[in-house]
Design a protein around this ligand. Structure first.
Ligand code: C2E
Ligand code: MG
Ligand code: MG
Ligand code: MG
Length: 292
C-alpha cells in the first residue's frame, strides 16, 4: 500500500532534490506501487493536420496520479523510471490502456483516430516488442494503421543494426513509425534516410525558436523539405502561438501539436472533442477557415 511507505517519498520531489540512492530507491518503490495499484493514467494530446484543419492523431501521454502530490506529468518521472528499468512495463501498460480507450471510442461510434504511443530507449531494446504489438493488434482488432510508435534517435542509435531489424518487424505489422524529439542533441538528417519512418516530430525546443531565431527557422525549413523528399511527413511539437502555427503552415509542415491547439486531455474530454464539432479547440476551427 502506498500509505505504508510513509511520507518520505515526498522528499524526492522537493526543490532541494538531489538524487541520492535512498531517495531513488523510495521513488522506484513508489512507482512500482503506482503500476500495481493503478495510479497511472493516460492523457491524450490532439495533433492537427494543417492541410485539413482537423484532428488527425492523439498522442498518449502517461501521468502519475499520486495519492499525495496529485497529477505528475511524464516529463517528471519517465527519466527516473527509465533509469530504474521500469519503462518497459510502464510502456506496455500505456499501449494496452490506449487500445482499451480506442475500443471504447469505437464502441461509442466515433470515427477512428490514430493514436501514438511513446517507446522508451530500454523498451525499444526489448526483443518481445514487435510480438507484443502484434498480439495487442490481433486481440483488439484495431487496424494497424490506427497505431503509431514514437521512438527517439537516442533509442535508435543504441544499436543501429538491431534497430533496423526491430523497425522492419514493426513496419511489417503496418503500424506507423515516428521519429520523436527531432532537433535535439543527436539529430542527423541521415537518420531520416536510414530508418523506415513515416513521420518526424520536430522537438518543442526547436519549435519555440522558429519565429525568434533565424537559424532555427532555417533548420526547420530544411528538415521539412528533406523529410518530404524522403516521403516522410513532419509534425511540429510544442506549438504555442499563432505566429508559430502560421510559420509552419507557410513552410508546408504537415501537422501541429501543442498548447496553441490543445493541452493533453482526459479520455472523456477526447470523447467530447471527437463527438461534437463545437467541442473542437477553437484554434482548430480558425485553422479550418484559413486558406493555406
Ligand atoms: P514527448 O513524446 O516529446 O511528448 C511531448 C511533451 O511535450 C509532453 O510532456 C507534452 O505534455 C509536452 N507539451 C505538449 N504541448 C506542449 C507545448 O505547447 N509546449 C511545451 N513546452 N510542452 C508541450 P509530458 O507529458 O511531460 O511527457 C514528457 C515525455 O515523457 C514525452 O515527451 C515522452 O518522451 C515521455 N512519455 C510520455 N508518456 C510516455 C509513455 O507512456 N511511455 C514512455 N516510454 N514515455 C512516455
Ligand atoms: Mg512523443
Ligand atoms: Mg517529442
Ligand atoms: Mg519532446
Amino acid at each position: 500500500h502506498a500509505r505504508s511507505l510513509g511520507g518520505n517519498q515526498l522528499q524526492f520531489f522537493a526543490p532541494e532534490m538531489n538524487q541520492r540512492t535512498a531517495e531513488r530507491a523510495q521513488m522506484e518503490a513508489a512507482l512500482r506501487i503506482a503500476l500495481i495499484e493503478g495510479q497511472l493514467q493516460l492523457q491524450y494530446q490532439p495533433v492537427a493536420d494543417l492541410q485539413q484543419g482537423a484532428i488527425c492523431a492523439l498522442e498518449a501521454l502517461v501521468r502519475w496520479q499520486h495519492p499525495v502530490m496529485g497529477l505528475i506529468p511524464a516529463g517528471r518521472f519517465i527519466p527516473l523510471a527509465e533509469a530504474a528499468g521500469l519503462t518497459t512495463a510502464l510502456g506496455y501498460w500505456s499501449l494496452r490502456r490506449a487500445v482499451e480507450d480506442m475500443l471504447a471510442w469505437r464502441a461509442a461510434g466515433l470515427a477512428p483516430v490514430r493514436v501514438a504511443i511513446n517507446i522508451s530507449p530500454k523498451q525499444f531494446l526489448d526483443p518481445a516488442l514487435p510480438q507484443v504489438v502484434a498480439d495487442v493488434l490481433a486481440q483488439s482488432g484495431i487496424a494497424p494503421s490506427q497505431l503509431s510508435l514514437e521512438i527517439t534517435e537516442a533509442a535508435l542509435m543504441q544499436d543501429p543494426n538491431a534497430s533496423d531489424t526491430t523497425l522492419a518487424q514493426l513496419k511489417a505489422l503496418g503500424i506507423g513509425l515516428t521519429l520523436d524529439d527531432f532537433g535535439t542533441g543527436y539529430s542527423s538528417l541521415n537518420h531520416l534516410k536510414r530508418f523506415p519512418l513515416d513521420l518526424v516530430k520536430i522537438d518543442c525546443g526547436l519549435t519555440g525558436n522558429i519565429v525568434t531565431g533565424t537559424d532555427d527557422a532555417a533548420l526547420v525549413k530544411t528538415i521539412i523539405s528533406m523529410a518530404h523528399h524522403l516521403g516522410i511527413e513532419v509534425a511540429a511539437e510544442g506549438v504555442e502561438t499563432e505566429a508559430q502555427c502560421d510559420f509552419l503552415r507557410r513552410n508546408m509542415c504537415d501537422q501541429i501539436q501543442g498548447y496553441f491547439l490543445a493541452k493533453p486531455c482526459d479520455r472523456d474530454e477526447v470523447t467530447a472533442m471527437l463527438t461534437a464539432r463545437h467541442a473542437l479547440p477553437s484554434h482548430l476551427l480558425r485553422i479550418q477557415q484559413q486558406p493555406r
